[in-house]
Design a protein around this ligand. Structure first.
Ligand code: AMP
Ligand code: ZN
Length: 465
């Protein structure tokens, strides 16, 4: 399995620090509003990376934080006249709802910045002791020039960076490139006690601290959107490597941006959609499918046309699985014939194609094409003549590949017993009213979802195919 490492700027063979295990940290959102579809891109992309690694047999420890204290959260709280924690608690809950809609697995741990302040104070103290940080009037700064490797991820040079800086605003800094680790509170802001001042942490320190606490000093993969390469990830590297004396992360992965109508999506331009808004028009599975239709390192343009195309594409897969369910409902229980075994071998070819695409830096665009080929194959090579064993195997391949992509395509799983009973009751009513057309429709609808009805003397009995 190869992945592109932003650090080496090359595709590298993936070799974890510890055999069979993956330690992965993904920078999560700042929670002051509903997440937008740009925020959804890294969530979907790295959830898919995780799912594929699990499919390959790795035990993945996946950590993703919520930044629950920051200027934007405080501003929103002041506007609404509530506490900052009320805002962050509200939007974490909303974010989790959106994540569930996009079928994003909950992380192994979702740490919150405000619950990790003691760890941050400890790391900042270590950095001060080692000479990598200093305090001025309650503010603690990182001494950037002391960290020799600064700029190694973003390939930036400190002198060039400094030349581009505006005149110093915070003149208490020793150097323009130094960044904040701890800052004193302003009137009305939430704060915590520390050896330096009543205040709160800078943004970058939380990820260094949470990554160390939940995954250890060294991790396999650190990930996020490409805007985080500089300064966020560069600063995380400086903090972690200066404090721990070890290489922080072996691989760095970054997704490209999601644009809208070929323009950068931004709150200030007003051209953004929240995931919640999209969910009013589309099933969020469509949004997920759309995101995976491009390679994660390519910019992706959001448009109504592309969403329609994604909806149709997804429907094609769902329909193929539904018709396999229908065939399964009526299939005899004989074993697969030799001819069927040969066809299954052929179908395996598409699975290999899918794996090759994913092994090549998670090329989901090609992986989706392999799924379409498999679907086309199933549409041609499945009929009422086939054995249950064959149909089940074919369906299993499609469902397994879609599961790696996080796409729920087996609709029968979504039908709850209560829904089935309600449809059966409606069918009985229709029959009583001699509306046989509706009664048959219901039987067909259930069959498509893998529910088989049997009319017995004791009433209707149903089974899942
Ligand atoms: P933020 O809440 O701004 O820290 O963003 C959370 C995550 O979303 C980060 O990994 C960002 O890089 C990512 N992100 C924000 N906007 C976009 C976008 N338009 N396209 C792709 N990723 C984005
Ligand atoms: Zn981070």
């Amino acid at each position: 399995m190869k992945l592109y490492n932003t650090m080496s700027q090359k595709k590298e063979e993936f070799a974890p620090l510890e055999e069979g295990k993956v330690r992965m940290y993904v920078c999560g959102p700042t929670v002051y509003n509903y997440i937008h579809i740009g925020n959804a891109r890294p969530m979907i992309v790295f959830d898919t990376v995780r799912r594929y690694m699990e499919y390959k047999g790795y035990d993945v420890n996946y950590v993703s934080n919520f930044t629950d204290v920051d200027d934007k959260i405080i501003k929103k709280a002041q506007e609404e006249g509530v506490s900052a924690s009320e805002i962050s608690t509200r939007y974490i809950a909303e974010c989790k709802k959106d994540m569930a809609g996009m079928n994003i697995k909950p992380a192994t741990t979702h740490p919150l910045a405000t619950e990790e302040i003691p760890g941050m104070i400890e790391m900042i103290s270590t950095l001060i002791d080692k000479g990598y940080a200093y305090e001025k009037e309650g503010t603690v700064y990182f001494r950037t020039r002391k960290f020799q490797d600064y700029g190694k991820l973003s390939k930036k040079n400190l002198d060039e960076l400094e030349a581009g800086k505006r005149i110093a605003v915070e003149d208490q800094k020793e150097d323009e490139m130094d960044f904040v680790l701890w800052k004193p509170k302003k009137e009305g802001e939430p704060y915590w006690e520390s050896p330096w001042s009543e205040g709160r942490p800078g943004w970058h320190i939380e990820c260094s601290v949470m990554s160390k606490k939940y995954l250890g000093d060294q991790i396999d993969i650190h990930a996020g959107g490409e805007d985080l390469i500089f300064p966020h990830h560069e600063n995380e590297i400086a903090q972690s490597e200066a404090a721990n004396g070890k290489e922080f992360s072996k691989y760095w992965m970054h997704n490209a941006f999601l644009n809208i109508d070929n323009r950068k999506m931004s709150k200030s331009l007003g051209n953004f959609f929240t995931v919640r808004e999209i969910s009013e028009k589309y099933d969020l599975q469509v949004l997920r499918f759309f995101m995976l239709s491009a390679h994660y390192r390519s910019p992706l343009n959001f448009s109504a046309e592309l969403m329609e195309a994604s909806r149709n594409g997804l429907e094609r897969i769902v329909n193929a699985v539904s018709s396999l369910n229908r065939l399964l409902g009526a299939a005899g229980s004989r074993e697969a014939s030799q001819e069927e075994a040969k066809l299954l071998e052929e179908a395996k070819g598409f699975v290999s194609k899918f794996e090759e695409a994913m092994d090549d830096d998670f090329n989901t665009a090609d992986a989706v094409s392999a799924v379409f080929e498999l679907v086309k194959f199933a549409n041609i090579h499945a009929s009422s003549e086939n054995s249950r064993e064959y149909l089940e195997a074919l369906k299993g391949e499609i469902v397994t590949l879609c599961d790696i992509l996080g796409l729920l395509v087996d609709k029968k799983e979504e039908l709850l017993d209560a829904d089935i009973e309600a449809l059966i009751a409606e069918r009985q009513e229709a029959r009583k009213a001699k509306n046989f057309q509706r009664a048959d429709e219901i039987r067909e609808e259930l069959l498509a979802k893998g529910i088989v009805l049997k009319d017995t003397r004791e009433g209707v009995v149903w089974t899942r195919a």
